[in-house]
Ligand binder design. Structure first.
Ligand code: AMP
Length: 189
């Protein structure tokens, strides 16, 4: 099984690249942000709770995220592998993911970290906000999301480096250039 985490700050291109990677490698794409936005659209209880947190740029509690992840994994037991996009975002999530995969007799193949300077992330998200209609693509929330990334998510790089699984990739360039860089990393896993 090929299990990849596509890692990076908000606006680093995780979703765009995941869409290409899932086709090339036949992986099931789990975007926890997409799952949450679907729950918001359906106005489920969890969706209502998530809406308030997301629009302020805060993370959803780990326990809820784990429930969501376990649910998705259990519905796709026949997948050739997974691409995790937007998960994990905290250390407890990373540890729980290792355990969940272990329980399924599999493990992470590698982490691809898209490296993009913060000024470019901000610019990309502001541009996306003009068309995305996302409640979190406005300047105030973008700045909060960048701060949350720096404080809560970026430390995971150290966790995965320690496991020898982190592969940094230059996330600045054309979509195709970046896709080729990521493919080179995945082909070598
Ligand atoms: P994304 O589409 O990955 O940028 O996620 C949008 C928002 O959903 C984030 O800013 C968080 O509020 C929430 N979210 C998505 N994934 C997670 C996660 N793994 N843990 C906590 N919150 C998450």
């Amino acid at each position: 099984m090929l299990n990849i985490i596509i890692f990076g700050g908000p606006g680093s291109g995780k979703g765009t690249q995941s869409d290409l990677l899932k086709e090339k490698y036949g992986l099931f794409h789990i975007s926890t942000g997409d799952v949450l936005r679907e729950k918001i659209r359906k106005q489920t209880e969890l969706g209502k709770k998530a809406d308030a947190l997301i629009s302020k740029g805060n993370l959803i509690p780990d326990s809820l995220m784990l429930e969501i992840l376990e649910n998705v994994l259990s519905h796709h037991t026949d997948a050739k592998g997974f691409i995790f996009d937007g998960f994990p975002r905290t250390l407890p999530q990373a540890e729980a993911l290792d355990e969940l995969l272990q329980k399924r007799n599999t493990k992470l193949s590698g982490i691809v970290g898209l490296e993009v300077p913060e000024s470019i992330l901000e610019e990309r998200l502001l541009n996306r906000g003009k068309v995305s209609g996302r409640s979190d693509d406005n300047l105030e929330t973008i700045q909060k999301r960048l701060e949350v990334y720096r404080k809560q998510t970026e430390p995971l790089i150290g966790y995965y480096k320690q496991e020898g699984k982190f592969n940094g990739v230059d996330g600045v360039g054309s979509i195709e250039e970046i896709f080729n860089r990521i493919s080179t990393v995945i082909d070598a896993l």
